[in-house]
Design a binder for this molecule. Structure first.
Ligand code: HEM
Length: 473
């Protein structure tokens, strides 16, 4: 940190292509590229190349990558009003519409005010029964020695939970089509972020991927439309406490009821933001647990002490301390939101690191990169839940860890995700251990969320079977 103002344009950064800037290297290995940015100081300059300069009619166009937690805090919290999200690709815009994730200013404030009570810790706790019920049902379908694709299991589980939260009903027979639709959406959005060609190719061009994307969109939109129409019928009004009812009773800034399209945009936003992230966080948690018998043993001891033979409840949360440390460490190593949406400065601004940003400058911050920076987390690739003991947390800089973002755009579902993650880990770990099937290499794939590159196959073992290798860690 310094008193001197350093013009952002003078900062060092990685070598890049003259015409295409940092994009080719980023596209080839996004996660590795973001880690290599550590070596350029608190802020790394990422030139966008001549093509982008020409396209945006802006010389020396670059993004600025923040490596220091104080700078991240400044952009997300302290001076957040000076920053807006940058434009999103057409696919993302079509999927999310004007849901709370993508609006700005007064509209965004109004939407957040509507949702905050719903996601307040106390209200969220009322979903604990639903979560453990669904997790326990999954546990009854598992048996000792069975092999599962754990990512698939977690996605179906979290989808069944979010569907109930949004629509007050079970996803049941729709589950496969919903999952396919969401995968097609993910694919298009990630592709458009990674390729200028994909970004500028209109979605009406009938490629196989575009057709799959629209089929999925139509399916989800059709389902939501029928739920809305059904609930607008007089005999079904005021009978539910789900998100759909909240939205049907809500008004916009002008005091008008929300249109079907506005309701649809919010529901799709919560459906996507609210289950895929948690499913991936859980998948990584199981993977990490399978790698350390020491951690598994401490977890088993905590579950035995706190729960004995019963299912967990919301009231157990404060005592599931080690379970929470595991969850937090999994979110450090594999943050589902690995790269936050880029921000653009409205006016000139000076970061705590001393870097001076002009108006209209793009800044980027990545939980993945910050969480694996040895400046903030020594031996960063090691799985060690003790990093999240209350003392260790206290000793760290705020925003060296930010899996849920921060400030006025901090994740609305954070409490829900934590409750869901802890209850699912506790419910399933009380009965089973998951062992990684041998011969698999599990690497992260940075799509819209950070997910494993290949399905993670695991063998289920009943906890009544003793650990075969008590010293492996
Ligand atoms: C482990 C699970 C989750 C992670 C890691 C996560 C992460 C994040 C992050 C980092 C942001 C901020 C994005 C940015 O500033 O660019 C965000 C926003 C958001 N999240 Fe989550 N999320 C999770 C689960 C959930 C759940 C369960 C829900 C709802 C049920 C949810 C709903 C939202 C919404 C609506 C926003 C937009 C907030 C706004 O812009 O005002 N998320 N999430």
């Amino acid at each position: 940190m310094t008193n001197q103002a350093i013009p952002a344009t003078s900062l060092p950064g990685p070598p890049v292509s003259r015409w295409f800037g940092f994009f080719p290297e980023f596209r080839q290995d996004s996660l590795g590229f973001l880690l290599r940015c550590h070596s350029y100081g608190d802020v790394a300059k990422l030139p966008m190349g001549r093509m982008a300069e020409f396209f945006f009619r802006h010389p020396d166009l670059a993004m600025y990558f923040l490596n220091h937690p104080d700078d991240v805090k400044h952009v997300l919290v302290t001076n957040q009003h000076n920053y807006t999200k940058t434009r999103v690709p057409p696919g993302e815009s079509l999927v999310f519409g004007k849901g709370v994730l993508h609006t700005e200013g007064e509209t965004h404030h109004h939407q957040r005010r509507l949702f905050l009570p719903f996601f307040h810790r106390d209200h969220v706790a009322s979903y604990a029964g639903l979560i453990t019920e669904k997790a326990a049902a999954l546990a009854t379908s598992w048996h000792d020695g069975a092999k599962v694709d754990i990512g698939r299991e977690m996605t179906q589980l979290t989808l069944s939970i979010i569907w109930r939260l949004l629509f007050g009903r079970d996803v049941s027979s729709d589950a496969t089509q919903v999952a396919e639709a969401l995968t097609a959406g993910h694919y298009i959005v990630s592709k458009q972020y990674n390729s200028l060609l994909a970004w500028i190719t209109p979605l009406w061009v009938p490629t196989t991927q575009h057709r799959r994307f629209f089929r999925g969109q139509q399916f989800i939109d059709g389902r939501i439309r029928s739920f809305i129409q059904n609930r607008r019928a007089p005999q079904h009004q005021n009978q539910n406490e789900d998100m759909l009812s909240l939205l049907l009773a809500a008004t916009d800034e002008a005091g008008q009821p929300l249109s079907d399209k506005e309701i649809r945009d919010e529901l799709v936003t919560f459906m996507i933001a609210g289950h895929d992230t948690t499913a991936n966080a859980l998948t990584w948690t199981w993977y990490l647990l399978s790698q350390s018998s020491t951690v598994r043993t401490r977890l088993a001891h905590e579950l035995e002490t706190v729960l004995g033979n019963r299912l967990p409840t919301a009231a157990d949360m404060p005592r599931l301390l080690y379970t929470k440390m595991i969850w937090e460490e999994a979110l450090r190593l594999y943050p589902p939101a690995w790269l936050l949406h880029a921000r653009k400065s409205r006016a000139e601004d000076r970061l705590p690191s001393g870097v001076l940003l002009q108006a209209d400058t793009r800044v980027v911050h990545s939980p993945w990169s910050m969480h694996r920076n040895a400046r903030w987390f020594p031996d960063p690739n090691r799985f060690d839940p003790d990093r999240f003991s209350p003392e260790a947390k206290q000793a760290r800089l705020a925003f060296s860890y930010f899996p849920f973002g921060g400030g006025g755009r901090r994740c609305l579902g954070e409490s829900f995700a934590e409750l869901e993650g802890l209850l699912i880990v506790a419910t399933l770990s009380s009965k089973f251990r998951l062992r990684l099937v041998e011969g698999q290499t599990i690497l992260p794939d940075p799509l819209m969320t950070l997910r494993p590159k290949v399905p993670v196959h695991m063998t289920i073992e009943s906890v009544s079977t003793p650990e075969p290798h008590p010293t492996t860690s």
